[in-house]
Design a protein around this ligand. Structure first.
Ligand SMILES: [Fe+2]
Length: 378
């Protein structure tokens, strides 16, 4: 037993400074594990417990970022709805994760929150609320580490990302070693068309493109979009979006998640990006009957009335947000399209069953702020 301990008698991964799990493929059968070590600790392998309870070594790879190594292992042989245990190198600590279920028979619960690490205290308190709700995964709706600021020095950006990822390891891994995977959606403080190498070094996107769909079996599709931070809203992304929506017209649940808002609660309704989203994407959301869109960037809580063709319409789409994980909340504007607006930190907890989608807004102290129920499309 413990063959790897005999081969590697020293615990070479004592200095794990980050550990995060994400999906770039099918969440029911894959997982991408990334972790950081000092440059002297170069082992790239993990040990994973297989379903017949043997431990199998999986070799990964790493990228170098100054004095830090960014290690990565991609797993693509997993079973749906299954808890896996793994260890990193010779470190005896056991971590766990769970793949997404193959169907909604036992339900699926996930959390969406943006504007994440603007204030460390708020981030940590909201992270506790996230953990208390035990989601299968979270979606980070942009402005994650606030790495790109008005002072865009590379060293500062690296420090911010590494600090966020260190806090993610310290505050978002449960005491039993359970790790909640995140899905990344970019914001204006994460990436720009001129400043993208660092982002793609830290996160394992298979190609330099951020907009994508994540399909959970045949029951849920998330459309994760780029509100112009790396690639434009209009043109290629919009053409892709129409094809992606059209191909999933039979999927029971369809949600879009992106950073800047079509229906902002704080920023101007007539701002350039809100106008572009409303001109390019919103008609497609309506044509292909999206369930709801999740927006961020505004640092408040909001829920719009159901919207269709630029008007309040009971058959329309609800836009929820508005980027409240860890940024100081702002005063919202009294706008005709907002059904609920609050100067509050908030996250959105989505609970899916085959019968309904229950979306609950929770504040910093895990108290309910708002709730909406949607039915699946059959
Ligand atoms: Fe933003």
């Amino acid at each position: 037993m413990w063959r790897y301990i005999l081969l590697l008698p020293f615990s070479i991964f004592a200095n794990l400074s980050a550990l995060y799990l994400s999906w770039y493929g099918d969440p029911t059968t894959t997982m991408t594990i990334q972790w950081h070590t000092p440059a002297t600790e170069y082992g790239d392998s993990i040990w994973i417990e297989t379903l017949d309870q043997n431990w199998e070594e999986i070799e990964g790879e790493h990228a170098v970022l100054d004095s830090t190594l960014i290690h990565k292992v991609h797993l693509d042989f997993l079973d749906p709805g299954t808890e896996y245990r793994f260890r990193i190198g010779s470190d005896p600590k056991i971590y766990r994760f769970k793949t997404a279920p193959a169907s909604l028979d036992e339900g699926l619960r996930f959390i969406i929150g943006g504007d994440v690490y603007a204030n460390t205290k708020l981030f940590r308190r909201m992270s506790q609320t996230v953990l208390e709700n035990d989601p299968h995964f979270v979606v980070l709706g942009g402005d994650i580490a606030y790495a790109i600021t008005i002072y865009p020095f590379r060293t500062t950006a690296i420090r911010k990302w590494l600090s966020f990822l260190r806090d993610w390891k310290d505050y978002m891994i449960a005491s039993d070693g359970t790790i909640i995977p995140f899905l990344i959606v970019p914001g204006n403080h994460d990436i720009t068309p001129d400043n993208y190498d660092l982002f793609f070094t830290l996160f394992a996107f298979p190609e330099k493109q951020l907009y994508r769909t994540i399909d959970f079996g045949s029951y849920l599709t998330l459309f994760l979009l780029d509100t112009g931070h790396f690639q434009p809203i209009e043109g290629r992304q919009t053409l892709w979006l129409e094809k992606a929506l059209s191909a999933r017209s039979e999927t029971p649940y369809r949600f879009a998640i992106y950073h800047e808002a079509a229906y902002p609660s704080y920023y101007p309704y007539h701002g350039l990006i809100p106008k572009k989203i409303r001109a390019n994407w919103v008609p497609l959301f309506e044509k292909y009957r999206l369930h709801a869109a999740f927006e961020n960037h505004n640092h408040a809580f909001k829920r719009t009335h159901p919207m269709k063709a630029g008007q309040i319409d009971p058959t329309g789409i609800v836009y929820l947000g508005d980027g409240g994980w860890g940024a100081p909340p702002r005063s919202t504007n009294n706008l005709w399209y907002l059904a609920n607006r609050q100067k509050k930190n908030s996250i959105l907890l989505v609970s899916l069953t085959s019968e309904q989608a229950d979306i609950q807004a929770l504040d910093l102290l895990n108290q309910p702020l708002d709730q909406v129920t949607l039915s699946p499309y059959n």
